[in-house]
Ligand binder design. Sequence first.
Ligand SMILES: [Zn+2]
Length: 362
Amino acid sequence: MRRIITFLAAVVALTAVALGSTARAADDRRLVLVTLDGLPWQEVFHGADRERAANRDFVHEIDDVRRRFVTPADRAAALMPFLNGVVARDGVLIGDRDHGSCAKVSNEMWFSYPGYNEILTGKPDPRIRSNEHGPNANVSFLEWVNRRPGFRGKVRALGSWDHFEDIINAGRSGVPVNDGWDDLPARTPAEARLADFARWSPRLWPTVRLDAITHGYALETLKRDKPRVLFVSYGETDDFAHEGRYDMMLDAAQRTDGYIAELWRTLQADPAYRGKTTLIVTTDHGRGEGAPDAWKHHGKPLHKGSDAIWIGAIGRGVAAGAKPEGCVSQSQIAATALTVLGEDWTAFDPQAGQPLPILTGR
Ligand SMILES: [Zn+2]
């Protein structure tokens, strides 16, 4: 009898250890959310548009663009090898409307602030009608999770566009936001070089810094701060498109795909992140379609089709190859993010869009 009791005690102890380690693993889930501003699904899934890439109104170095983006047999892989390769194969890539996959925004604006608000808060807010909306009254999932046990002080946000201080309401949320041309910390030698690089760089747009700067700070943030939740927003794709520079938009899309690949490699090489981290990649809005120069712009109601977006996900908790039915919404990203972090999204906001049907449930 004593032997049986000893045996049972050992089983109970071992089970407790096993449960404890499961709980610890669950407690250490991490998320990296990346956005590329206004990059249309057509380029993500088809690569460069042949006609646009040959139009001298939109492209300065036609031969260079043809060689890099049009001649390759797989134009999508030539433009965005990481999204179309690793993410599409080992994760999920939604939004190829030519092959029965669809994603859209739910807001009625189809431009940036309403889009980022929808991504980060899980629902559209009809009161947000301008990019100059100011500090956001809504609570993002970043702010909410930053108050949860185990996440406090472990949430970071970086953006090329200087409006993220407002969108995430840095003043209220307690989430550190690094964005725009003036936010150039120099806590390490690497950051000091980035700050120099920013000051030496062309200030192409006063409100959007070059993505290389944002990317450099993102890598330093991963290395130094090891946040459990990291949001990185790249901006160049939208700004070059507004200027009608299709060549530069393609160049930015390819470069940013490389940034995302580098983020993923960095996560896989770090025991703090490897096997524990989910990467979600998306865009705030699409671009117009139809007329030859419709791609330059976006916004409702003038620019038809610019509510179309795409969403990619890979890593912990993502069911590789999942194919959601119907058209998923940008408003589902916040709940998806919280679910992969092991948090109850209904406690965040029961009105938020439901998690995307792409998760393993573990
Ligand atoms: Zn725009």
